[in-house]
Design a protein. Sequence first.
Lengths: 153, 388
Amino acid sequence: MSVTSLGGRTPKILIVDDDMADVELTREGFEATGWKVELHHVVNGRQCMEYLRKQGKYAESPTPDLILLDLNMPLMDGREVLTEIVKDERLRTLPVVIFTTSKGTADVVKMYGLRCNSYIVKPVEFEQLRRTLECLCNYWFATVVLPSEMCLQ
Amino acid sequence: VAASVVLTRLLEPLQATPSLLFTFVVTISAWQGSRQHAIFAVILSAVCIDYFFLPPAGTILSSVTAISCVLVYIFVAGVICYLEDRYRQIAERLQRANDELEVRVVNRTVELTTANTALGAEIAIRKTVEQALTQAKEELERRVQERTAELTKTNTVLLETNMELQQFVYASCHDLQTPLRAICSFAQLLKQDQQGKLDEKADGRIRLIVDGVKRLQALINDLLDYSKLESNGKRFAPTDMNAVFEDVVSFLSPTISEFGAVVTRDKLPTVLGDRRQLTQLLRNLIENGLKFHGADPPQVHVAAQRDDGAWRFSVRDNGIGIEPQYHDRIFEIFRRLHTLQEYPGTGIGLAMCKRVVTRHDGTIWLESEPGKGTTFFFTIPDRLGEKQ
């Protein structure tokens, strides 16, 4: 079963995560939800910013509907990425969901302080992961109105 | 007297009364000499007057006139002598008194000088002592300052080390969790993918992998909580332990009904503490009482008693009890007395309890009779001065 919303268009998600196993799991997880999503992947904050600003090899890459942002990454971590995005006039409307292992109080408070859209701790078990991602898709692609929909109209 | 005779003779023509000069002589004698001298001078001068000057000259007491003159003279001279003598006595007494006074003044002066010297010496000693004291005080102040600076530095270093350690534990836990998630989830995916293709043995092994990872996950989470206990601690506030108890019972209600347990309390006091941590403390202790039950349904009772400036709480159960040799060890981190199959858990609950109680300046201990039950006691200082 495949579900799509956004007027039939496939939602595009940018995963920012340096752990390949986690990315693979997330991909499997999305598959298991039955939602058809277009996943793009970068491995650190620097690549993420290049992708969003369509620099270098990302010149042709599509703007995502949603960003799944890990916090602990080499070169440029998720905290710096969110700070950059919020400062950037053209990027600040992009919904950012923190998707991380960390559940430190400081991180949670700081990320919401930077106006992240939600903060999710990666579940350990696959079934839980599937449910979490299903919930995420139902919310972001079937419940709320995204700024990306406005741009397309 | 002889000189007077001569002089009187020489001055005879000028003098009407020869006795005047003699009176003078007697006066001098009495003045200069003793009483005997004066009497002698009076008699001699009387004889001389009578002999030389009273007519008929050259005779003694030859006429009534002469006798009466001499008697008058002797009387007058005697009176003079007596007066002189009295005068001299008074003068002598005065002199003596004066001398005595002088001696006393001298003595007193000596005494005063001595006292003054002693006082001076004492003042000098006092000044020295005072100076020494001031010096000692300054030295002490300097040392206190030095020590304070040292302690402040040590404290800063310790705080930094503690922060680093917490950061380290936090980072380690985070880094450990990522691969764990991969192992757990992929093992589950493998099982799902190979549905029907794997035999029961392989299924069991995959389950063991998942169980192991879950357990490791739980341990890491507990370790993380344990390490964050200090840094996540809240400012102490008045906390109603009755409300804490109700929260805990409500949280544990599924377990309570599962075991058919009875959890009761006496009236509990309000203490100054970190509500979240006190909840965790009471929860861990009650949960232990429920978990380690014997054949009978668990009964847990919470009570509190005012005891020497602190509230002594007790959590009594009717469970399996704890052998005396383990009474201290069970508060160590990851210390377990039973296998996982007997009783699940990570072995961090009581270590956590001890840390919470220690953070509240209290102590925790237990009394237990194996097979009959255990009572955990902990104290929280009564900083609100509440009477119950």
